[in-house]
Ligand binder design. Structure first.
Ligand SMILES: Nc1nc2c(ncn2[C@@H]2O[C@H](COP(=O)(O)OP(=O)(O)OP(=O)(O)O)[C@@H](O)[C@H]2O)c(=O)[nH]1
Ligand SMILES: [Mg+2]
Ligand SMILES: [Zn+2]
Length: 216
């Protein structure tokens, strides 16, 4: 999900900032270890908690004098965070379902909110899955993975998809440990999703129809 958000941001020329909320529920060292890959890739990561107040000032600095949007799954605390970042907003927040550990889709519409310290921020409803990406066919998906960029011109084939082609510099970089296998896995999933192979999760009926058509 995070990689999908990052690719979407990269493809839309939006500067992404990763915000890890509810830090009070985890051990900072463990969370930071998980996120170190993204910091190495050059993404800004802000760690926050509305319980301890950590990171709130940093989040304000990120939002100041810009138009931004806060996005993520339901229940991660987007509206709660904005209430703390900008006192007085009084956005509705909702308890997470303790049985399924998921939010209850409390925010139902996008709202652009003015910030007293400068700028605007959009609170958005939590999303379950990030749908098909509008990726420029000619540009490809790979360039939206910053760690792949320098290897792409080194592939033998100009139109290399870094999947089954020989002499692929991206795959070589994975073998030598210069590209994270997890991120490559995301790349495969997202490109597969785009080609319809992962559609079954979001639109089962359509996939069934396609499968049937193919069999005929
Ligand atoms: N422990 C803890 N709980 C938090 C924190 N931030 C938010 N919460 C709680 O998480 C729950 C969900 O918060 P919301 O702000 O409604 O989450 P949301 O991301 O806006 O959810 P949707 O509007 O459904 O997308 C609420 O019960 C909040 O009190 C935090 O930093 N720590
Ligand atoms: Mg909300
Ligand atoms: Zn390649």
């Amino acid at each position: 999900m995070l990689d999908r958000f990052l690719v979407t941001a990269e493809a839309s020329d939006v500067e992404p900032v990763i915000c890890i909320n509810k830090l009070d529920l985890a051990k900072f060292e463990n969370v930071q270890r998980e996120l170190s890959l993204y910091e190495e890739l050059g993404y800004k990561v802000v760690y926050t908690s509305i319980v301890t107040g950590v990171g709130v000032e940093e989040l304000r600095e990120v939002m100041q004098d810009r138009i931004s949007a806060i996005v993520g799954s339901s229940g991660v605390g987007k509206s709660s965070l904005l209430n703390v970042v900008q006192p007085g907003l009084r956005l509705r927040t909702g308890e997470v379902d303790t049985r399924i550990h998921k939010g209850r889709h409390t925010t139902t519409e996008v709202m652009l909110l003015p910030l007293e310290f400068g700028g605007f921020v959009a609170d958005t409803p939590g999303i379950r899955t990030l749908g098909l990406l509008e990726i420029d066919e000619e540009q490809g998906l790979d360039i939206h993975f910053p760690e792949m960029r320098s290897y792409i011109p080194e592939c033998k084939f100009a139109a290399c998809t870094h999947q089954h082609e020989p002499a692929c510099a991206v795959k070589r970089a994975i073998e030598t440990g210069n590209i994270s296998p997890d991120r490559y896995e995301s790349y495969l999933r997202i490109s597969g999703f785009k080609e319809g192979r992962y559609e079954r999760n979001t639109d089962k009926r359509k996939t069934d129809r396609n499968t049937r058509r193919r069999k005929r």
